[in-house]
Design a protein around this ligand. Structure first.
Ligand SMILES: Cc1cc2nc3c(=O)[nH]c(=O)nc-3n(C[C@H](O)[C@H](O)[C@H](O)COP(=O)(O)OP(=O)(O)OC[C@H]3O[C@@H](n4cnc5c(N)ncnc54)[C@H](O)[C@@H]3O)c2cc1C
Length: 319
């Protein structure tokens, strides 16, 4: 296998961002394998086959139940060494970033992080990494193998090809120092509706909403459209909305079919996180707001008037 993709799962689902990286790796024409690590995860291997993995390695062991990085580094390090795998790819998350960094240290390998794309150029892999506040893209490479890469979440859409993967079980043998940490507690955020990474519609709110209590406007519109709520860093920093919903350079990269920006100026750091959306609609009272430069549809108006009317219209259309 020439490329291995770390397939992260939550519960009994592989993460969309991991499947996106898998699809991208398969599109480069290499032999691609996935690796699933956890407890009772064997069933996830079939899913990976549908997204381009020719082979899926499965490390299924009670010691791997908690989502801790070091045991995963042990599994990956052994696999990469045994199979002489030259390239290992990760979709960014708190866990994946920890695992990728640990694996780079363990294998003395180069890790290019925060990539948004990867291409073959003259037979070599070249990573694309945004720089200077995401205003330019830098080509990055590796000087040795294995090459490790960590991609921004949401960089690639998973594409189902309908294949099936050969499954190989791995013997799990952990280093003594990797079993020192114990997961004491795991809390899941209560939420209804889709997450912003998976949503086909995102209604995002900015400082133009005027206060945290007015987030109900975007929540109601999101609910009517079956979508998720996003936010700008300005409102997250102000404590109006949780960090998990922040879209942008230091938040999440999203690419829904429809992105409705309510009271958002369109700063470059916000734009880089949502510019790949299918249709961008902006509602802003300032006709000169930068967001109108890249919105597909713009409404110059007050969010307090426009958003509730839009919600009413959507509800009326649906009933
Ligand atoms: C290193 C760095 C990283 C950053 N990362 C991120 C990031 O990940 N995500 C992010 O979003 N930002 C990020 N930022 C911050 C970014 O530069 C902007 O400050 C932020 O996006 C602005 O948020 P906003 O649009 O909500 O607020 P503002 O820029 O204050 O815009 C509010 C908008 O609302 C409009 N408005 C006001 N009242 C109304 C009304 N009643 N009806 C309609 N419109 C109204 C105004 O005309 C204005 O355009 C980062 C900045 C830095 C320096």
């Amino acid at each position: 296998m020439s490329t291995l993709v770390f397939l992260e799962h939550h519960g009994d689902e592989l993460l969309k961002s991991s499947l996106g990286v898998l699809s991208k790796a398969a599109s480069l024409g290499d032999d691609v394998a996935g690796v699933v690590i956890g407890l009772n995860v064997r069933g996830l291997a079939d899913e990976a086959g549908k997204y381009g993995a020719a082979k899926v390695y499965v490390a299924d062991d009670a010691q791997l139940e908690a989502p801790l990085p070091q045991p995963r580094v042990d599994v990956l390090a052994q696999l990469v060494r045994d199979q002489s795998i030259p390239t290992v790819l990760f979709a960014n998350s708190v866990l994946s970033a920890d695992v990728a960094a640990g694996l780079a240290a363990r294998l003395d390998a180069g890790l290019n992080w925060d990539l948004v794309d990867i291409v073959q150029e003259d037979g070599k892999l070249v990573g694309k990494r945004p720089a200077l506040q995401d205003t330019v893209y830098v080509d990055v490479g590796w000087t040795s193998e294995p090459r490790l890469a960590l991609f921004r979440s949401g960089s690639f859409d998973p594409s189902e090809t309908g294949g099936s993967a050969e499954v190989e079980d791995l013997q799990v043998s952990l280093e003594a120092f990797s079993t020192g940490a114990r997961m004491v507690d795991q809390a899941h955020e209560e939420s209804s509706g889709p997450s912003i990474e998976d949503a086909e519609v995102i209604v995002a709110g900015g400082r133009g909403l005027g206060g945290p209590e007015n987030f109900t406007l975007v929540e109601e519109l999101a609910k009517a459209l079956g979508g998720a709520v996003g936010a700008t860093r300005a409102v997250v920093d102000a404590g109006w909305y949780p960090y998990s919903t922040q879209v942008g350079q230091t938040g999440k990269t999203v690419a829904p079919k429809l992105y409705i920006a309510c009271g958002i100026s369109g700063a470059i750091q916000h734009k880089v996180g949502m510019q790949s959306s299918g249709v961008i609609v902006a509602i802003n009272k300032d006709p000169n707001a930068p967001i109108f430069e890249f919105a597909d549809l713009g409404v110059v108006g007050d969010v307090h008037n426009v958003v509730p009317k839009l919600t009413e219209l959507v509800k009326a259309r649906k009933s």
